[in-house]
Design a binder for this molecule. Structure first.
Ligand code: SF4
Length: 322
């Protein structure tokens, strides 16, 4: 397939940053030009059980990010990639086919927004070849409605971050005080279009929305507010994943107040609050050892009394399917 020119990159407004730069000539705030740039393609065993299931989630990590959190847990991929490779459309489709041949439970596009034109075209090519597999948009929560309208019909599952509910906290940490507003409108849109997460009879996610929230050290109040909002807006059956895996390992200078792990007390306070609110569809994490990094395993909990779950480190083995 000849490579395609995408008009969306010429005056880029793919995310709320609205840079309006010509990415065929220069990069925007996300740090990426128009070439499809991927850091890793791998079978990921560390997502939630309904996403990784048996063989793992067929995960594609794009380089760059339109949000660029100073504490990013994927900093080496999102903002400081040293492994970026440029993919042609053919190579991109071949990478997805390779994941499917290896038994991937789904195709999981991580930090996809700024490459959505390529992704949509790749999905069309995959479908034309007859592949049927759940397609996941694994995103930061900083997506405009305009952008979501362009992708929603191609995507089955949204793994959707809800990082901050408090504009002051968002301003302090992200320098984008409108994150809560953008995120809440985006969540409303995708929930209206896709509904709550749906699992098949094997416990595999096949469609809908799973909201992810990462507890930050010193910001319990932000997390409590997020779950209060979720309850009011979506009820206690919404699927969520409450993560305690925060690590300051890649923290940028100037954010020293985030330079610690989340304490047991902080995490328990949020879990207890979630329990008290009556949520029934969630994933929580066991505490990490000091040296554990990145994305651990999750265990599905519909009853939270058993908080023990096996944690394994992020499978950082890069696939030779690239
Ligand atoms: S995707 Fe990148 S270039 Fe486009 S508006 Fe967002 S940050 Fe700017």
């Amino acid at each position: 397939m000849a490579d395609i020119l995408f008009k969306e990159y010429e005056n880029c407004r793919l995310c709320p940053r609205q840079c309006r730069v010509n990415r065929y000539q220069t990069q925007g705030f996300c740090g990426e030009k128009s070439d499809l740039s991927i850091d890793a393609v791998l079978l990921h065993q560390g997502e939630e059980p309904c996403i990784s299931l048996n063989k793992g989630s067929g995960t594609i990590f794009f380089t760059g990010c339109s949000l660029r959190c100073p504490f990013c847990q994927n900093m080496q991929i999102s903002q400081k990639s040293t492994c970026k490779k440029i993919y042609s459309m053919d190579k991109f489709v071949e990478a997805m086919e390779g994941l499917i041949r290896s038994g991937a439970e789904n195709i999981n596009f991580v930090t996809p927004d700024h490459f959505s034109p390529h992704i949509i075209e790749g999905i069309k090519a995959l479908k034309k070849k007859g592949y049927k597999i759940p397609l996941i948009y694994n995103c930061s929560g900083f997506q405009s409605i305009e952008h979501l309208k362009s992708v929603v019909d191609y995507i089955d599952i949204f793994l959707f971050d809800y990082k901050f509910a408090d504009p002051d906290v968002a301003k302090k940490i992200l320098t984008t005080e409108n994150y809560p507003e953008v995120c809440e409108q985006a969540l409303e849109f995708i929930f209206k279009n896709k509904g709550n997460l749906t699992l098949d009879s094997h416990g595999k996610a096949i469609s809908g929305v799973l909201v992810r929230h990462l507890l930050m050290p010193g910001f319990v109040h932000n997390s409590l507010r997020i779950f209060n909002n979720l309850l009011v807006d979506y009820g206690n059956k919404i699927y969520f994943s409450l993560m305690n895996q925060y690590s300051p390992k890649y923290l940028k200078p100037g954010f020293e107040y985030l330079n610690s792990r989340v304490s047991n007390e902080e995490y328990n306070e949020v879990v207890d609050h979630v329990l008290a609110l009556g949520f029934v569809n969630g994933y929580i994490q066991e505490f990490l050892d000091a040296d554990d990094e990145f994305l651990p395993d999750f265990n599905h909990r519909t009853v939270f009394s058993n908080r023990i779950s096996k944690i394994t480190s992020f499978i950082n083995k890069k696939s030779d399917l690239e």
